[in-house]
Design a protein. Sequence first.
Length: 221
Amino acid sequence: MKLPSLVIFDMDGLIFDSERLFMSFLQKTMRKYGYHLTEAQYIRTLGISKTDCVAIMKDIFGRDYPALEISNRTRAELNAYGSCHPIPEKPGIRSLLALLQQQDIPCCVASSSPKSTVELYLRQAELSSYFDFIQSGDDLTHSKPNPEIFLKCLEHYQISGWDALVLEDSEAGIRASAAAGIPVICIPDMKEPSPECQALCLLKAPDAFRVCEYLEKVLVG
């Protein structure tokens, strides 16, 4: 593989350890409504559209489960926390961003989260300067695994899929990358990708430090 002309980062579970944090906030909120959420149940909702997530939660907790109300309240409480505290970073992310900056390789974020949330998290972590473009979920018609979010990134930079590289943690993100024709490296978070999804990846890495090693080998030929 050649060095990419662009690296596209997912955010939740990839740049930040936010999935676990959101789970803890969600569990607290749900307890106030009389529901108990396990980690296994939460993992079922990762990397899917909001519509599918609501369907799963109602399947688990019943048709009367106020999914959107609880989700919105949880997100508001997490954002209030994030406005005062940096969201924990995933291991090696800062080293990877520094390496890409040294090589003058532009980076962008492709996240289904609202742009205001992405900007908040990056600003609090003092990572904003590493990214010159954010493609959020605010103006998307389709969620991952639809490739729309990645195609918008390619359009913004006016490059082809094979000139870019995606970093993803979820199966939906991996499938979206493949559908967009972009090579993808998976750094799993709370859920390991299926063998089928792993086969779509250039590499399954335990953390961003391993991605640094991979790119450094490309550098030396």
